[in-house]
Every structure is written in C-alpha cells, then in structure tokens.
Design a protein around this ligand. Structure first.
Ligand code: F6R
Length: 242
C-alpha cells in the first residue's frame, strides 16, 4: 500500500486525477472503475479541465461504475447514471455505449447481477478502480459483514448509509434502501486501486480500514492486501495515522 498525503481536497483531487490520466495515457483503451459520491467530484472536475485543454483523450476509454440504487430509473436525478452523466461523462469525449452502470430498474435481480459481471469480464477486467470510503468502511455498497468473495450483488443498505445518502434527497423523498454493487472480489481483481478520502469525519475510519486488522467488519480493510493499492488522503482524513 502506498499512501500519499494531500494538503486539502483540491490537492487530493489533483493527485487522483494525475494518476487516472497517467493510466489513460499509458493505455488509451483502458477500463476505469468509477465511483460516485462527494469525494470524486473534484477529481472528475480536474480531468474535465485537462480534457478541455486537450491534455487527455477519453475516446477509447471504457468505464464501469461501482453501483446503482435499485428501483430508480436512469433519468432520476438521484440515480448514479445521472450523477455520472452530469458530473463527468457529458463533459468529456467518452463514448456513451462504453460507459456501464448497473440498471436500477432491471426486472430480475439475479439476471442483472450476472449481466453486469459479464460486462466486466467481457471488457477484460478493470485496469484502475477509483474508490471513495464510507463512514462505516464500505466500498461500493459492500457493507460491513458482506462476504469478500462476492461478485455483483444486490444489497440492503445499512441504516448509516441510508442516513448519509438522505442528505442528497429532498425532504419527504424516499431514500432507496437497496442497491446493486460490484463485489469485493471484482474490486480486488482490478490491476490498480486508488482510494481517495477527504475530511476529518473520515479520519477514524481511515485509521481502522488501512492501519487496523483486515476484517469483513470493515470492508475496505481488505484493500491492504492488494498488490497495487494507493491511498490518497488529505491532511484531515489522515490526521489519525502517522
Ligand atoms: C459510490 C460508492 C460509495 C462512496 C462512499 C463515500 O459509488 O461506491 O462507496 O464512495 O459512500 O461517499 P462520499 O464520497 O460521498 O463520502
């Protein structure tokens, strides 16, 4: 595991964008595993800026996202489809048919999980996986206690995750309680993993996940065992680690 300390959120985002851009330059048809949430927004903005300057070309890049809420349509502004489109894809020259996410409105749960696993294997696996970190140590929506050996599956979100997500929903709007997520097995098979963390509210879980024992109780802790795992945290997020 390599740990890079960034000054602040902006610096973390630039460092992450640099590593992802390097991947795209080295392998223009690479497969990027992407995440939603507040943490990667700055990273996407930085890459959009470099794309607009002509420094990165996404025309041959393929992307697979980690997760999507179950029961939400792709057009719903709360969906991860919508997030990725508005925060990243519509600002760069990525091909629409080369960006994949689980389908929240899929009719059959098991078939959707199989379909998504097949998409990832057909692409040849993930070259670089970008991750955020949940306050309870989840990555994707692999919640504490989930088995490490799973591929794509449908999960019941934990109360703390539902609460954290509710900040993004309007008052009275139903916050989804289930989601599709790629499993830890798929994440661990990525060639390189980059986890980004920012803010003092993540300090405790960063210490537990990356400087404590490897346990399904803290899903992100397994990343310690990946041969090419990079953690980029800002000073606040890394404040409890030496
Ligand atoms: C999102 C995802 C989640 C988030 C995590 C942190 O696709 O997979 O695991 O990365 O919940 O979210 P933020 O960045 O909002 O703190």
């Amino acid at each position: 595991m390599q740990v890079y300390k960034a000054k602040d959120y902006r610096d973390m985002s630039r460092k992450a964008a640099n590593l992802i851009s390097a991947q795209v330059i080295l392998k223009p048809d690479c497969v990027l595993g992407l995440a939603t949430g507040s943490t990667p927004i700055g990273t996407y903005q930085q890459m959009i800026e470099w794309y607009q300057k002509g420094d990165i070309d996404f025309s041959r890049v393929k992307t697979v996202n980690l997760d999507e809420y179950k029961g939400i349509s792709n057009e719903n502004p709360q969906s991860y489809h919508y997030f990725m489109k508005t925060q990243f894809f519509q600002h760069i020259n990525i091909r629409e048919d080369q960006s994949y996410l689980p389908e929240g409105m899929a009719e059959e749960e098991k078939a959707e999980c199989e379909r998504y696993d097949n998409v990832i294997s057909r692409l040849g696996g993930i070259d670089l996986q970008l991750l955020g970190l949940g306050h309870n140590g989840h990555i994707g929506f692999n919640e504490p206690g989930d088995a490490f050996q799973l591929g794509t599956h449908c999960v019941a979100l934990s109360d703390s995750t539902i609460k954290a997500n509710s900040r993004l929903f309007a008052k009275g709007e139903k916050v989804p309680e289930q989601a599709y997520t790629v499993g830890m097995k798929t994440i661990m098979q990525a060639g390189k993993i980059l986890c980004i963390v920012s803010g003092s509210d993540k300090a405790e879980i960063v210490k537990k996940a990356f400087f404590g024992p490897v346990t399904p109780a803290v899903p992100a802790s397994i990343l310690q065992l990946h041969p090419d795992f990079i953690l980029i945290g800002d000073e606040e997020a890394l404040s409890m680690c030496q």
